[in-house]
Design a protein around this ligand. Structure first.
Ligand SMILES: Nc1ncnc2c1ncn2[C@@H]1O[C@H](COP(=O)(O)OP(=O)(O)OP(=O)(O)O)[C@@H](O)[C@H]1O
Length: 885
């Protein structure tokens, strides 16, 4: 901040503007000296006060504090400056009046607090300035006429102060008064003690030598020179010198030379004082320059802040402009001061120039020389001061220029910043608009999303309701299905029961007769078969005995003529396959002479197509089909064994099935009774699980390759062994966890021809004997079962041992009686039919034995009823299964 302070009157206080006392008084002069000097001066102006000369600062403060004395003093010095009379008791009013008067005179003032309880030095300085001002204006201290200095200046110190004051007056305006009027001396004013000197310099040229000794002596003694203007002193010197020149003797009277020396000393003294004054002013200017420099630094800092902080630019620019205006004013004032000083210097130069005219005498020369030296010194100093002032002014101007430049730069920067700010503002506005648009768009999208979300929620809720309803419906449906499943399960069980009851009613041992067609290569096609009835009646005719005697009637469960297909035959045995899955053991075997079609019925022809498949393939296929249809209630594991009995030895046809090289090394297997825990008749025979018909085909093909074969006269491919395929079924009830085990024997018996007819001998004969024996044993077992004998001769052959589990008890047995219709085979045909009749007659014989047609009809009625019931149950099963689809 600037160090200037503004007083209560709106003017700079004395701390900013040095008073005359500060400028002219040597620093050695103490405050006490000022005070004493001032008291003397005040007493001289206002004699009625009679202030004690040795009064202290506080005494003086008490004296001046109400402002009345100050007002009286001013009114005395400048009558009318304070219009109203000052009075005690109106301190504030008096002080303010004093301040106003001082202000009008453009004199510095003090603060009211300084007078009340502050530093009295400031008050004293102000009064000294006032004193100096009036001394410079009037050329004499007011009131001095009333109280001569000789009376007032009682002490050397006070005298010196008075002398200093007068001398100051002379220096303040040493050359302004060319005449007494100009000096401020009014002709009406009473002269002070210096009137003697005035009389002297008012003398005409040439009259100086006539000044009486006493007068000179009086002038020399007094302090007249102190109050004399310098110009007057110079006029005295010039007068004495001119007088000396006019007298042309160059001599200056002794008394005049003393006066001259005195005057010159006074002039020297004043020049010295003026020099000191100029030094003081120079230092003042330097101080001011420092102050301005500091202000410039402040301005620079402000400019820098302006550059860096555009936001405060306007406000700081105003401050800078105010400072600049103030600086320019101050500069003008200082320029005026400098100009005044220059004028004074020029006047001094002119005045001094006049003094150089006289150099006639030595004293004059010495004086002139001294004056010249003093003048030169003064001029140099003035020049130096002027130079310094110019430099200071120049620096100030430069600084001002810099400040102005900085201000200009700052303004341009401010403009740039404003422009960029405006541009940024526009950009931000643009961005804001874009953001608004973007935000609106996003909000719109958000609203759409909300709407779609709500609609999706409604859809989801609707769908959930729909799903819930569907789930409920599904649950009900599942419950219905469960119920249906349960009913289905129950019906299935009931159906199974009925089915097996029906099978039992049909007889556990059934005989189906199948007549092989004539083979394509046979020329004679005379058949022994005369009649085939739908009810199982068969009439064969002996070609050797024509007529009634040659005809024989046989009756079986079913007779298949030559046109019957493999499918027709299997359709009638299919219920037995189903019984296997229900836990019943079943044995199906083909009996007949060689070449009668046993293998064809059981296996099918070589390389058979699907429609030519025999019972074995179809039975297994049916097992897979039915087990699959029951998979929701039962799981079935199906595995296969394949053995042959040759010459009463059991061989495993599937052993080493992967290695055909060992086919001939088939070993004989042991047979176990049904009491064995495994339930397997031939436990050592390899057993292969099968899951599909292709597995079965693969196994049977392999097994057939292992069948022992031998060419015979009757059939090139005649099998001399009993081929037995045993299918083991293990069923698990998924609901109860109970298991059922059963087996299905599919037997292709060896040819049953008589030995003598086959004309074989040796091994072939032995084979035939074994075959006949085993077939006979099979007939015996079946017959014993039919007769319900206590002893069943299973052990009479390997065949009956192997088939034991499927013969007897609840097992179901089906025998295909294969016939060759050729008349050449009549004898074998009859023999075969008799065997079959014996077996078949076992069961039917029981019915027949009662010879009660009513029983038979009842049984047939029961069968019909059961068939109807089964048909109804089948329909129900279909109906129950339908919801699953
Ligand atoms: N129903 C039939 N339809 C067509 N051909 C048949 C029929 N039955 C048998 N054949 C044919 O008769 C011939 C002899 O049949 P198959 O080999 O089945 O007799 P087999 O009784 O098994 O003889 P073996 O006891 O020697 O084995 C075969 O060529 C066979 O194809």
């Amino acid at each position: 901040m600037m160090d200037s302070q503004v007083n209560g009157h709106g003017r700079l206080s004395r701390t900013n503007i040095p008073t005359s006392a500060e400028v002219f008084e040597p620093s050695s002069i103490s405050n006490a000296k000022h005070r004493t000097s001032l008291i003397i001066w005040i007493n001289s102006v206002l004699p009625s006060l009679c202030l004690p000369v040795n009064a202290s600062d506080e005494d003086l403060r008490a004296f001046l504090v109400d402002g009345a004395v100050l007002c009286q003093l001013l009114n005395k010095l400048k009558p009318g400056s304070i219009t109203e009379h000052a009075s005690s008791g109106q301190s504030a009013t008096n002080i303010n009046k004093f301040f106003s008067a001082m202000d009008e005179m453009r004199l510095p003032i003090f603060q009211k607090v300084d007078l009340e309880n502050g530093s009295m030095k400031i008050v004293l300085d102000c009064l000294l300035t006032l004193k100096t001002h009036f001394m410079s204006v009037t050329g004499v201290a007011s009131g001095a006429q009333r109280e001569p200095l000789s009376q007032i200046n009682t002490s050397d110190e006070s005298r010196k102060v008075t002398s200093d004051s007068r001398f100051q007056r002379g220096l303040d305006s040493p050359l302004k008064t060319d005449s007494p009027t100009k000096m401020g001396l009014s002709p009406t004013l009473p002269h002070h003690s210096g009137h003697k000197l005035q009389e002297v310099y008012q003398l005409k040229r040439g009259c100086y030598a006539d000044i009486p000794e006493a007068k000179i002596s009086e002038m020399m003694k007094s302090n007249n020179f102190d109050s004399a203007p310098t110009q007057s002193l110079l006029a005295v010197v010039n007068g004495i010198l001119d007088d000396s020149v006019e007298r042309k003797n160059g001599e200056i009277p002794h008394r005049m030379s003393s006066l001259l020396r005195k005057v010159v000393q006074e002039i020297e003294k004043r020049i010295y004082t003026q020099n000191e004054h100029l030094k003081m002013q120079n230092s003042t200017f330097r101080a001011r320059e420092d102050k301005y420099k500091s202000r410039i630094r402040v301005l620079e800092a402000l400019g820098e802040e302006t550059r860096t902080d555009p936001a405060k630019t306007d406000e700081k620019n105003k401050v800078l402009e105010q400072d600049l205006i103030r600086l320019l004013k101050e500069k003008d004032e200082h320029s005026k001061e400098i100009a005044g000083l220059k004028e004074e210097l020029q006047v001094a130069r002119k005045t001094n120039g006049k003094n150089t005219k006289d150099d006639h005498s030595q004293d004059v020369a010495a004086l002139k020389k001294e004056l010249e030296v003093a003048k030169k010194t003064c001029e140099q100093k003035c020049l130096q001061i002027e130079k310094d002032a110019k430099e200071a002014q120049h620096k100030l101007e430069e600084k001002l220029k810099e400040v102005v430049n900085q201000l200009t730069e700052s303004r341009s920067k401010v403009k740039e910043l404003e422009a960029s700010s405006e541009s940024i503002s526009k950009q931000w506005n643009k961005k804001e608009n874009i953001y608004h648009i973007f935000t609106d768009f996003q909000l719109g999208a958000l609203r759409e999303l909300r709407y779609s979300s709500q609609s999706i929620k409604q859809e989801v809720t609707k769908t959930q309701k729909g799903y819930s309803q569907e789930f409920n419906q599904l649950g009900e449906h599942i419950r219905e299905l469960q119920d249906a499943s349960q009913r289905y399960y129950d019906v299935l069980g009931e159906n199974r029961k009925l089915h097996n009851e029906l099978q039992e009613l049909k007889g556990n041992i059934r005989v189906y007769c199948r007549i092989r067609p004539f083979l394509p290569g046979m020329k004679e096609k005379n058949s022994t078969i005369e009649y085939i009835g739908d009810d199982g009646e068969l009439v064969v005719v002996n070609p050797a005995k024509p007529g009634k005697e040659g005809r024989r009637l046989f009756k079986f469960n079913k007779v298949y003529g030559q046109p019957s297909t493999q499918g027709d035959v299997f359709a009638d045995i299919q219920p037995l396959i189903q019984s296997t899955l229900d836990g019943y053991n079943v044995c199906i075997f083909a009996y007949g002479q060689t070449g009668s079609g046993k293998t064809y019925t059981m296996m099918g022809p070589n390389g058979a197509r699907e429609e030519q498949w025999g019972v074995n393939y179809r039975a297994l296929n049916d097992l897979f089909r039915i087990s699959k249809s029951r998979e929701s209630n039962f799981t079935y594991e199906i595995s296969v064994q394949m053995v042959e009995i040759y010459n009463e030895k059991v061989r495993d046809l599937l052993n080493n099935i992967r290695d055909t090289s060992v086919l001939l090394n088939l070993h004989t297997l042991g047979i176990l009774s049904n009491s064995q825990s495994s339930g397997l008749a031939v436990p050592d025979a390899a057993m292969f699980p099968v899951k599909s018909t292709s597995d079965v085909l693969e196994l049977m093909d392999a097994g057939l390759k292992n069948t022992a074969k031998s060419a015979t006269a009757l059939n090139e491919r005649s099998s001399r062994s009993h081929s037995i395929i045993t299918i083991h079924v293990r069923g698990t009830d998924l609901k109860t966890g109970s298991t059922v085990m059963s087996n299905l024997h599919l037997v292709d018996l060896a040819g049953s021809e008589r030995v003598d007819r086959s004309e074989v001998t040796g091994d072939r004969l032995k084979e035939a004997q074994h075959i006949n024996k085993s077939l006979s044993a099979l007939g015996d077992v079946i017959f014993a079962l039919a007769q319900k004998n206590s002893h069943i001769p299973y052990r009479n052959s390997k065949l009956t041992q192997v088939l034991q589990s499927s013969l007897g008890g609840k097992a179901k047995t089906l025998m295909f009686v294969q016939l060759n219709p050729d008349v050449n085979s009549y004898s074998e045909t009859v023999s075969t039919l008799k065997f079959a009749e014996r077996v078949s007659g076992v069961e039917l014989g029981a019915a027949k034995s009662s010879k009660d047609g009513k029983d038979v009809r009842e049984l047939m009625g029961q069968v019909a009823t059961l068939k109807e019931t089964i048909a109804m149950k089948d329909e129900e099963i279909d109906r129950l299964q339908s919801p699953r689809k």
